[in-house]
Design a protein around this ligand. Structure first.
Ligand code: GUN
Ligand code: ZN
Length: 424
C-alpha cells in the first residue's frame, strides 16, 4: 500500500446537475492493489497508517486522469494543419497520412508517438479511432497494453468516398473487425469499438456489417462521427435519402445505444438530440477541432437541455493537441462566444467534462478520486516561477486555482500519471 499526499480536486457529482468541485488542500489517498482504499485528510490517514510508504506530491494539483472520448491514432503527425474545412482537410492532410499506416513498421513508430502523446498530456483512458488497416490496429493495441492505458479502439471501416487504399468491403469489414474484437476485447484494459469512419464514407451494407459485429461480440462499443460540418451533413442527406437525419443513418442499423459515442454533433436538430437522449448515447465535444476546421460552435446548452451526455475529445489530429486542459479551455471560450445560447462553464464543469463525464460516456469506473475507484490520476505540477506556479500560489480559492490549471496548464506541467496505481 502507498499513502499518496497531494492537493486533490475532482468532480464526483455532475456540476450540470448541481454538483460542486471537491477539493482537499492536503489529502491522503491510501492506494492498495491499484485502488483507492481510503481517502481523507492526510494527517488522519497518516495517523491510522503510520508505517505505510508515503508518496509526497505536495505542490501542484492532483486530478483524476483525463478521459479523451475521441482521438485518432493515425493522425499524430497531422496536428496543426490549420485553416481548411473538414472534407478538404481530410483529402489534403489526414487521409494521405492514414494511407501510410498500411506499412506495419510505420504504424509502430506512430503508435509510440501516439501513446506518448496521450500519457504526456495526462490522459489515462481514451476512445481511439484506430486505423483502416487491421495490422496497424494490432500494433496500436499492443502498444497501449504495454504502457497500460485504458483504451477502447477498433478498425476504422469505409467502403466509399475515400482513397482506394483505405476502402474495404462489407464482408472484409465484418471479418477483420470481428477477428480484432475476439483477440482484444476485454484483454487487460483494452476493449473493442466498432468504428465506421462516418456515414459519408460507409454504405448501408457496411453499417449492417458493423451492427453484426456489435451483436456477435457482446459488450463491444460503437463510435463514429456525426453532424460535424454543413457540407458533410448535406452530402450525407443525399447519400441516405431515406434517413430521417444524420443520427438516423446510424440508428436505422441499431448502432445508437448506451455504448455509442458520436463525435462532434455541432449541427444537430432537436429530433436528433431527442433520439440520442432516448437511446442513452453520448457525444464527444471536440472544441479545438471544431475551431481549427471552422466546424461551428457546439450547442452544449441544447445537449444538456435534451439530456444528452457530453464529454470531451481532443480529436487529434484536427484537434490541436492531446491536452484535455486545452479542450476544456477552448470549450469555455466557445460557450462564451455563444452568448445567451451558451452554457457558462465553471472550472468544475471543465474538470467534470475532462474526467468523470468521459468515464460515464465510456462506462468506466474511473473519473474521480473517491474511495473504491482505481487510482487513475494526473499530477499537474509546474516549474517554480512558471505562470501556472505563480497562479496556483496566489489563487484566492480552489475554483480559481483550477481555472488557472485549465488556462495555463500544458503537457509540460504533467509531472506524473497513474493508471490503476501504476505510474506510467
Ligand atoms: N470525419 C470523418 N473522419 C474524420 C476525421 O478524421 N476527423 C474529423 N474531425 N472528422 C472526421
Ligand atoms: Zn474525429
Amino acid at each position: 500500500m502507498t499513502l499518496v499526499r497531494a492537493r486533490v480536486m475532482d468532480t464526483p457529482d455532475d456540476p450540470f446537475a448541481g454538483g460542486v468541485l471537491r477539493h482537499d488542500e492536503d489529502a491522503g489517498l491510501l492506494v492498495a492493489d491499484g485502488v483507492i482504499a481510503a481517502r481523507g485528510p492526510y494527517a488522519e490517514l497518516r495517523a491510522a497508517h503510520p508505517d505505510e510508504e508515503v508518496l509526497d506530491l505536495r505542490g501542484g494539483v492532483m486530478l483524476p486522469g483525463f478521459v479523451d472520448t475521441h482521438v485518432h491514432f493515425p493522425q499524430v503527425r497531422v496536428i496543426g494543419s490549420l485553416g481548411l474545412p473538414l472534407l478538404e482537410w481530410l483529402d489534403r492532410c489526414a487521409l494521405p497520412e492514414e494511407c501510410r499506416l498500411a506499412e506495419a513498421a510505420y504504424a509502430e513508430v506512430i503508435a509510440r508517438e501516439f501513446v506518448d502523446g496521450l500519457v504526456g498530456a495526462g490522459t489515462t483512458s481514451a476512445l481511439v479511432f484506430g486505423s483502416h488497416f487491421a495490422p496497424a490496429v494490432d500494433v496500436l493495441l499492443r502498444e497501449v497494453s504495454r504502457v497500460g492505458l485504458r483504451v477502447t479502439a477498433g478498425l476504422v471501416v469505409s467502403d466509399r468516398g475515400l482513397p482506394d487504399a483505405l476502402l474495404t468491403t462489407p464482408e472484409r469489414a465484418y471479418d477483420e473487425s470481428r477477428a480484432l474484437a475476439r483477440r482484444w476485447h476485454g484483454t487487460g484494459r483494452v476493449r473493442y469499438a466498432v468504428t465506421p469512419r462516418f456515414s459519408y464514407s460507409t454504405t448501408e451494407a457496411t453499417l449492417d456489417a458493423c451492427a453484426a459485429v456489435l451483436e456477435d461480440e457482446p459488450g463491444t462499443w460503437f463510435t463514429s462521427h456525426v453532424n460535424e460540418n454543413p457540407d458533410e451533413v448535406t452530402a450525407v442527406g443525399e447519400l441516405f435519402a431515406d434517413a430521417l437525419h444524420y443520427v438516423g443513418t446510424y440508428d436505422a442499423h441499431g448502432l445508437v445505444g448506451e455504448r455509442s459515442v458520436l463525435a462532434h454533433n455541432v449541427h444537430a436538430t432537436d429530433d436528433e438530440l431527442k433520439l440520442l437522449a432516448g437511446r442513452g448515447a453520448a457525444v464527444a465535444h471536440c472544441a479545438t477541432s471544431n475551431s481549427a476546421l471552422g466546424s461551428g460552435l457546439f450547442p452544449l446548452r441544447r445537449h444538456v437541455e435534451h439530456g444528452v451526455r457530453v464529454a470531451l475529445g481532443s480529436d487529434v489530429g484536427a484537434g490541436t493537441g492531446f491536452s484535455l486542459l486545452k479542450e476544456g479551455l477552448q470549450a469555455s471560450f466557445m460557450q462564451a462566444l455563444l452568448g445567451a445560447e451558451g452554457v457558462p462553464l465553471t472550472p468544475a464543469h471543465l474538470l467534470f467534462l475532462a474526467t468523470r463525464a468521459g468515464a460515464l460516456a465510456l462506462g468506466l469506473d474511473v473519473g474521480d478520486l473517491g474511495e473504491g475507484r482505481p487510482f487513475d490520476a494526473v499530477w499537474i505540477c509546474p516549474e517554480d516561477g512558471d505562470p501556472l506556479d505563480v497562479g496556483l500560489r496566489h489563487a484566492a480559492s480552489a475554483e480559481a486555482a483550477l481555472s488557472k490549471v485549465f488556462a495555463l496548464g500544458t503537457p509540460a506541467d504533467v509531472a506524473g500519471v497513474w493508471v490503476a496505481g501504476e505510474r506510467l
